[in-house]
Design a protein around this ligand. Sequence first.
Ligand code: XIL
Length: 464
Amino acid sequence: MSSSALHDRGNARVRTGRRAALVSAAVGTVAAGMVLALATAASAGTTLATAAAEKSRYFGTAVAANKLSDSTYVGILNREFDMVTPENEMKWDATEPSQGQFNYTNADRIVGHAQTNGMRVRGHALAWHSQQPGWAQNLSGSALRAAMVNHVTQVATHYRGKIHSWDVVNEAFADGGSGARRDSNLQRTGNDWIEVAFRTARTADPGAKLCYNDYNTDGQNAKSNAVYAMVSDFKARGVPIDCVGFQSHFNSASPVPADYQANLQRFANLGLDVQITELDIEGSGTAQANSFASVTKACLAVSRCTGISVWGIRDTDSWRASGTPLLFDGNGNKKAAYTATLDALNGGTTPPTSAPPTTAPPTTPPPGTGCTASLSLQTWTGGFVATVRVTAGSAGTNGWAATVTLPAGTAVTNAWNAQNSGSTGTVRFGNVAYNGQLTAGQSTEFGFQGTGTPPSDTPSCTAS
Ligand code: XIL
């Protein structure tokens, strides 16, 4: 089945902590005959999210709101992932079922779950030919253009400050060799509909990265060349675009292209981020595992490939479940594809899951200020994203908290990889379950978004 056939099927709506493992100590003999035990900071992740974080990347999954009551599902989600994409809940038909009547109930559940658990959110998708509500399908021309602009404004404003990246426009190019835009009611409103959607999204949520997302663009071909030309033109003309998403739905008819990494790299070279946004690979066993490993390695080899999201957790959660395309089986067990992905994230080795031998630092380090924190900022008029790097002192940490002093009038709207107490004045950010334990010298990053003037002081850090 071709990838586009897969899309048609899916779009037809048939549907019915991680722990930093550590590691070694080297024993060095100095000339005088003294023996020094040197704890190294070498470590590797034991979950997808921690392993990806070690490489400064996220690892995400599509999430369905109606599965948040499934404890097996949520257990894997909370353990393994630090980014979520609502699978259907932010689409036009879900968020604006009647014109001007917005419904965020299910999307808010997913965003709330992410925030409670220190995960970030990829918003998906603001403008798309598919999964439009009936009323929009029946519009055309300037009425549809105005409805699209209002939709982008309303949804991006509702989630302002809570979204890491938005798929602003999804799947706007035709398959095959034409390099043309896909025909759709949106396309027929005028060729500038894509840039209008991006400019509108930037105004509504200046803190979110704005992505163009598509499939069958994973290797160099006529379709990806057409997207490349559009993105180059946007960069040249100052149309706000920050990232390109590669859906990466693969099967035997549409395998991982040999030039996958090269294709990611050429987009990154345009000066924007690339993300693998909907990864699933039909198959089983070693062949499937090898394909997941090669995709993961390709992302790690491209410095501006900032993260990977798989399109569901267990095979049975997949939009194409019969192809068993995901990392966990229907019972929630890790597949060979999981281990291969984790190994690839860890650079080829998975740390032992049992405690390392005698060289581990004490499990209860002495109390005190055993960590430091540093702050970096991305700012715009009226808001900012802050990234805080926490580094453990010589005793390591079992937990940590960084305290940030905000100027008057400034408020935190969203935090990831940390839990904040309060949102104004002196705000304390404590570790979440998966990033509290740091070995001596090890670092972890968390972030928050705010409105108002950014903080200027170095955060203080305390370890437990
Ligand atoms: C799919 C969902 O997984 C299905 O539940 C739904 O029935 C159809 O859409 N490209 C996209 C995603 O951008 O939104 C699609 O998700 C899969 C293809």
